[in-house]
Design a protein around this ligand. Structure first.
Ligand code: AMP
Ligand code: GLY
Length: 422
């Protein structure tokens, strides 16, 4: 069995290492991969956004499966193109991927199907948006670019001035390009945030173990928003009762809505939830595995990922046993100084063995490259040091214990991953 994974982050590395454990013993390829992934898969220098290039390569190499992981190739229809070429895929088709790639689509769907989400208005005209915020009496207010914006298209405006500046940046200066030609302005919600990734085969939804991301760059949730600086699983705020409520009010209604709209979802659907005083609300959907949520979730997944892919492809997810290990897992991201703004690349990473690993933990590589046998930094988020324990304390101690021994110039990491859980 040959499986091609698309992407180059820590999330992809975690998926590849899970696929390697499969009883099907697949040969694994990755486009384009990174320095650390090269120890676990054959990396092929084809860009993750090159739909034609990936289809051609997958056909030539007779891939049995292509696992399309990042948002942009999914939004560009890579799954549709591979299926047309007769290749099995994991991931949603373009129309279903719009649940992430268009906030206007997902907000309108939630409104139509009564799925709890922040109250909102949509604007295509910056003047009307300005007039609207002018009339508001309560702040903060949340401004979101419609399209994909590398996770940065959300502005929490503390007052009218910030709201106006935000609208100007997104709609007139187009800091997120065409993603900002429409915006959503929505109510500010409060409460603990939970990430729930779920396997979906079109009709059946199987939530994975819950997790908690840490989006800000610095301790105490200070600093700029990033792609995610660390995760823990399970998320202690996500109790059995909350899970039941989410299944009834959010998960099942979402799957039904996507079917009714003629966009059946298959793959991994990411529910970004906020547990508000009024119950669980949807903050966002992603049409894919989250990064770095995947690192902690895969660490606990006890079932064969290839069997799950098969079950989804055959619409038999309801009959596929899926289980998670007891205990907890934690992932601490080591990042390049300056991230999420400018940072340098090419610094030598010290402390890893020849496979880019460290004993007792899983080191998932994000921004690394391998040169003359040395691992070098090659991105903002560099490594996700991930550990499992009988409880969260043990998982965190193991992860932080390893992080102390892995270094590069200007490396930084948050010291309070999981602190809110105690
Ligand atoms: P998103 O890119 O949609 O995940 O948003 C990034 C972050 O902004 C979320 O993780 C939340 O912390 C915050 N956020 C987004 N929408 C809201 C909202 N309506 N109320 C409060 N915080 C929000
Ligand atoms: N960790 C958030 C995301 O993957 O979008």
């Amino acid at each position: 069995m040959k499986i091609l994974v698309i992407g180059s982050g820590g999330r992809e590395h975690a998926i590849i290492r899970k696929l390697k454990e499969s009883r099907h013993k697949p040969q694994i390829f990755c486009c384009p991969g990174n320095g650390g992934i090269a120890a676990d898969a054959t990396c092929v220098p084809i860009n993750a956004l090159d739909v034609e290039g990936v289809v051609r390569y997958a056909k030539e190499e007779k891939m049995d499966w292509v696992f399309v992981t990042p948002d942009d190739p999914l939004a560009a229809g890579m799954v549709d193109a591979l299926n047309e070429a007769g290749i099995k895929t994991f991931g949603p088709k373009k129309l279903a991927a719009e649940i992430e790639s268009s906030k206007v689509f997902s907000k309108n769907m939630m409104k139509q199907f009564h799925i709890p989400t922040a109250a909102y208005e949509v604007f295509t005209d910056p003047h009307k948006a300005m007039d609207y915020v002018q009339e508001q009496t309560t702040f903060p207010i949340v401004i979101k670019a419609d399209g994909l914006a590398l996770g940065k298209g959300v502005i929490i405006a503390a007052n009218l001035e910030e709201a106006k500046a935000g609208i100007h940046e997104i709609m007139e200066d187009k800091v997120f390009g065409e993603s900002g030609s429409q915006i959503v302005i929505e109510e500010f919600l409060t409460g603990p945030e939970v990430s729930v990734l779920a396997f979906v085969d079109g009709t059946c939804v199987v939530p994975m173990v819950s997790s908690m991301d840490h989006k800000r760059a610095l301790d105490g949730d200070k600093g700029l928003n990033t792609g995610g600086m660390g995760t823990v699983a399970p998320n202690p705020f996500y109790t059995k009762k909350v899970a039941q409520q989410c299944m009834e009010t959010i998960f099942l209604p979402t799957i039904r809505a996507m079917n009714e709209l003629g966009r059946p979802f298959t793959g991994c659907l990411y529910f970004g939830l906020m547990l508000t005083p009024k119950g669980p609300y949807v903050i966002e959907y992603n049409c894919r595995f989250g990064d770095p949520e995947t690192q902690v979730v895969m660490e606990l997944l006890d079932s064969d990922l290839v069997d799950i892919m098969d079950a989804i492809w055959n619409h038999e997810l309801a009959h596929c046993p899926i289980s998670f290990r007891d205990g907890a897992s934690a992932c601490v991201i080591l990042a390049s100084g300056g991230y999420p703004k400018a940072y340098k690349k090419g610094c030598t990473i010290e402390g890893l063995d020849e496979n880019g690993q460290y004993e007792g933990v899983s080191v998932y590589h994000a921004g690394t490259k391998l040169e003359n046998g040395a691992y070098l930094t090659n991105g903002g988020r560099v490594l996700g040091v991930t550990a499992r324990g009988s409880d969260l304390r043990e998982a965190l101690d193991k992860a932080y214990g390893a992080v102390e021994h892995i270094t590069f110039d200007d490396a930084f990491y948050r010291r309070d991953i999981g602190a809110k859980c105690f």
